[in-house]
Design a protein around this ligand. Structure first.
Ligand code: CA
Length: 237
């Protein structure tokens, strides 16, 4: 019954694309390849993929643009795979709605660990959301309402635009309101890595982006607070 999980690789360097596809198939996934941004976007929107590996520098459309367009329609996990490793690229990638980021050169062991974690995370969420829909529950924290049935967050009734990771982040802290978690802990729980190769600044970037969206004054947060020496928590108001 279980169809193979299907991965789309969007990468214009043929050699890299073929090596990626070869290794992904070896792990038991189905894999398609697109060699430019536009084709990649069309294939991604046609659907049926469980995860997308996306290069940044691509002909026709950049990976950032592709990611942004995919996010209008779909919450499929997206991992940027790129040679660019400047901090601003990492931040821009996460801001356009990517779930993760791998810089070349990377090991296939690392890449496959991330692919598995992202797919596991996203299928786990489908199961969880079905349970939440059945219970029909939402969580209220001050002016925020986190609706687990519709994956949405509103503030004073106004919807807040959130990426999937942003939503996961808020939901997790709301489910554990008042409890502070370290950045390492949050990486493991929200991004799903048992053994994270990346960087805890991902958590800080997410927090600062979320503060811009949910706080009345992001410079003086009232909801998403820092607990000095520990990490972050959502304040019960
Ligand atoms: Ca490229």
């Amino acid at each position: 019954m279980d169809a193979n999980k299907k991965i789309l690789v969007v990468e214009d360097e043929k050699n890299i694309a073929l090596v990626l596809a070869y290794n992904i198939k070896k792990e038991g996934y189905d894999c398609d390849v697109a060699y430019d941004g536009e084709t990649g976007l069309n294939m991604a929107l046609a659907g049926g993929y469980d995860l997308i590996l996306l290069d940044i520098m691509l002909p026709k459309m950049t990976g950032f643009e592709v990611c942004e367009h995919i996010r209008y329609k779909s919450q499929v996990p997206i991992i940027f795979v790129t040679a660019r490793e400047e901090e601003k690229d990492r931040i821009l990638g996460l801001e356009t709605g990517a779930d993760d980021y791998v810089t070349k050169p990377f090991s296939f062991k690392e890449l496959m660990a991330r692919i598995r974690a992202n797919i596991r995370r996203s299928s786990g969420e489908v199961a969880k959301s079905a349970a939440a829909a059945f219970a029909g529950t939402s969580i209220t924290v001050g002016e925020l309402v986190i609706d687990r049935e519709h994956y949405s967050v509103t503030k004073n009734g106004e919807p807040i635009e959130l990426s999937k990771k942003d939503y996961d982040f808020i939901l997790f802290l709301a489910e554990n309101v008042g409890v502070a978690y370290s950045r390492e802990d949050l990486l493991e729980r929200i991004w799903g890595y048992d053994d994270y190769y990346g960087d805890i600044r991902t958590v800080d970037v997410t927090v600062s982006r979320l503060r811009k969206k949910i706080e009345n004054d992001p410079a003086r947060p009232e909801y998403l607070l820092t607990k000095r020496g520990v990490g972050y928590f959502l304040c019960k108001r």
